[in-house]
Write a protein that binds this ligand. Sequence first.
Ligand code: PBG
Length: 325
Amino acid sequence: MSFPNKRLRRLRKTPALRRLVAETRLSVDDLVAPLFVREGIDDPVSIPSLNGVQQHTRESLVKEVTELQSLGVPGIILFGIPEQKDPLGSEAWNPDGIVQLALQDCRDVVGEGMVLIADLCIDEYTDHGHCGVVREDGSVDNDETINIYGRVAQAQARAGADIVAPSGMMDGQVRAIREALDKDNHEEVAILAYSAKYASGLYGPFRDAVDVTIADGGDRKTYQQDWRNRREALAEIRADEEEGADMIMVKPAISYLDIIAEARDITDLPIAAYHVSGEYAMIKAADSQNLIDGDVVALEQLSAIKRAGADFILTYLTREIAETL
Ligand code: PBG
């Protein structure tokens, strides 16, 4: 062997060589687009904190989904913004609720050509903004909430969801949803569990997107994870797998690459990672100030998420990446 050994540098010499030896390949197949559909608007509404992302009408949603399908994007995840919010979030399981109607619209245009995922939570639908039922003392009632999640899952499955994705971080939610789905003859509907979901500061723009403010300046630290913890995430993932999750998710992504990598070691289920609103907004903001090249950083971050071990990525970058790849 020659010294110094230049083998590694030899393999970096040209773009074609680098392409040949790349260990991680990002493709449109890896991407899921989060989309927002809002009840009671006549035109799509831009979300100021999420440059380039919109609250859709049913019509504009269908158009967007059709375009994503022609770009080869394999899936979308839908979030609804109802006109009426109440303490239980009852619009979340109304058969005529906005997400249920939007799922049917999308199914009509994509057939089996795209995976339709429904985010399963009630924070967009509750007037207090929590992901669960709130007791008089202000705490969230875990068991009451998972009963409600079961009803939401049934409504979403009846409306045509391929996958329901519980994001509320209640204990036992996956089992409760699986039982509710099976009882309603939806054994074919899969569960993508937001298993390791941290109480992150990176969800700010999303809460603007869905008009959610948590009552009394509250937060989600009693049900979402503490970012200081790693083993807790692994316990959450194991529990969800045992309860019947078909896929698991780590969220956010970039600050939690260690968790993605460890998840890869402990489960054979497909692993999703959510590159969340704050991660997207930071790239856009820094790019607009010419501090970074946003297109480069976007590819770098998504590739890093795959390198860590994720099988697919939920990202607001989906459309632009699909257009460039
Ligand atoms: C809860 C939910 C949130 C996100 C997805 N599902 C917000 C939260 O937990 O407060 C955040 C996604 C993002 O920031 O892009 N239903």
